[in-house]
Unconditional design. Sequence first.
Length: 433
Amino acid sequence: MIFYSLNKQSPDVDFREATINGQAPDKGLYFPKHIPSMNASIIKDIEMIPNEEIAFEVMSPYVGKSMPESVLKEIVAQTVNFPIPLVSVSENIFALEMFHGNTLAFKDIGARFMSRCLGYFVKDNEKKVTVLVATSGDTGGAVADGFYDVEGVEVIILYPSGKVSSVQEKQLTTVGKNIHAIEVNGTFDDCQRMVKQAFSDPIMKESLFLTSANSINVARWLPQQFFYFFAYKQWTDKKHPVVISVPSGNFGNICAGLLSMKSGLPIKHFIAACNSNDVVSEYLKTQVYKPKSSVATISNAMDVGDPSNFIRIQQLFEMDVSSLKNVFSSVSITDDETKKTIERIYRDFNYLLDPHGAVGYAALEKYLTNHPLQKGIFAETAHPVKFYDVVEPVIHQKISLPKSIENIIHKTKLSIKMDADYNCLRDCLLSMK
Ligand SMILES: *Cc1c(COP(=O)(O)O)cnc(C)c1O
């Protein structure tokens, strides 16, 4: 597969180069030259096909000749090594639980796949690759876990001190080995700015082989299609195509869903479930795309005011709003509605939502009220324990910790404290090489 930059000012690349570059040199996002069609017999027989085989079929056209088939098979098998069950929650509403990976959020799929691809692509390099990434919470843990002990790769994660949940902090500061956490005395925006400065600093280019692991990387974005194929595999009512609601921030996950639909997966409609950060629902109303500063909410992984992957969604529909609107809508849910949804669904159905999944549930419920003959799935993108500080007061109960969390909660945090000053980051990176 050839990938081109959506800014159209950079050379075309293959999967290998797109993964190593992350973003194109003209700062555009990489996009596939054509959308592959899924083999119809795979869709027809999907219930009988093992997950790793489906995953291989999905990724194979994109990866192309960048790696031997046997390597890709091994990588997808290691990526989909946890269950992604479809669970009935209430009448007509099902949860696709994407959170059974090591760090309890859906980002494990993309991070596991990308880390293994990058490890393969750089294994013969003389220079080590340094992955530099800023996180507001979930990305850090998934990247730390995915890249742990990957040979030839050092990982540096910047996170805002005191602004990630305690579970999230432990997940990114207790891993050790090739994973280094930098605790920045500032906000997520400060972390992001420092990372961007490092990427544009010529001294860094000369001395380190620097790359990023954020969600615009094709190797993190594309494997998220697996979720939608696995959802369809478990959907028993195949005569009635399903509506899927996806809690969205940077719109990478839902964009992967739309891509799988364009490749032939029978999905009726996608709902982008957003919190008060509502740029996309405003765009669908006014047809004017107006980025805003993000506002803080209780579903903080979705606090994005200018979603970077939305341009890819527009591209999938050839920039035509009306054809996009046929299969895509967006609903914005307030924090108050989110809390009420968590409380009500726990009370009535004994199902505990995390704040992000609750946004997805509430958006789907609104949609189904206007489309009463349909049934839907919402993506449950994180385990509620990751956000116990929000969830516990809402249900007036303690929630018990899963094993994986219990194991890390008592580990000692290891972080390098740093002021929100790029010079400090530069000195630190140079001393590590
Ligand atoms: C990152 C994240 C999201 C948003 O996903 P995007 O692909 O950025 O739209 C939603 N929920 C959780 C729990 C997340 O960590």
